[in-house]
Design a binder for this molecule. Structure first.
Ligand SMILES: [Zn+2]
Length: 186
């Protein structure tokens, strides 16, 4: 990956990174030391590593997300990439609003399509609201099966974790359990 670092005297604290004609351009304050510069380059690269070449199922997922957004979300969404991952860190999905990265658990591919659609919508709305506020839920609720799908996932969690009881689970906690990129508490 070709990287160009530009130092700016006008910049005080902020660091920005973006692709320009295939080159990763990182802009940093002129006051940073070389060591800090290296640290920033490393940090930006780490952020980018999870982006991989999408497979066929990821393309299908991406098309589906675009369709769902057009149909149910009457807002302008920032650009995003969505893909499947085999990751046990969180159960169903996660969203990094800063990078526009949405990851869905491979396990969702085995669930009914309307449930997977709900998780896609849920994560898409996190691009706008990185929380579980009332505004967040109002937008999610534009997908008519949202409540039913939440119930489905809560029940599934309960059955898998405690076959004798359906009580005591929180769907949100289970949806994005320990994702460090999403706030799971309001
Ligand atoms: Zn969420």
């Amino acid at each position: 990956m070709e990287i160009r670092v530009e130092r700016s005297v006008r910049r005080q604290r902020t660091v920005s990174a973006r692709f320009e004609h295939g080159i990763l351009v990182i802009r940093i304050p002129a006051s940073l030391t070389l060591e800090e510069e290296q640290r920033w380059i490393h940090r930006v690269q780490q952020r980018l590593t999870p982006l991989h070449t999408p497979g066929a199922d990821d393309r299908e997922l991406s098309d589906r997300a675009t369709k769902l957004a057009q149909r149910y979300l009457p807002v302008h969404l920032p650009s995003f990439q969505i893909r499947y991952v085999n990751n046990q860190q969180w159960r169903w999905g996660s969203c990094s609003p800063q990078t526009g990265e949405i990851r869905l658990s491979h396990r969702l591919a085995q669930l009914p399509e309307w449930v997977r659609d709900y998780v896609i919508i849920h994560e898409l709305v996190h691009l706008i609201y990185p929380n579980h506020s009332n505004q967040f839920w109002r937008l999610v609720a534009r997908y008519p099966l949202a409540e039913r799908a939440r119930g489905f996932l809560i029940a599934l969690d309960a059955i898998e974790h405690n076959p004798h009881s359906l009580a005591g689970t929180s769907s949100e906690e289970h949806l994005e359990r320990t994702s460090n990129t999403m706030l799971t508490k309001e």
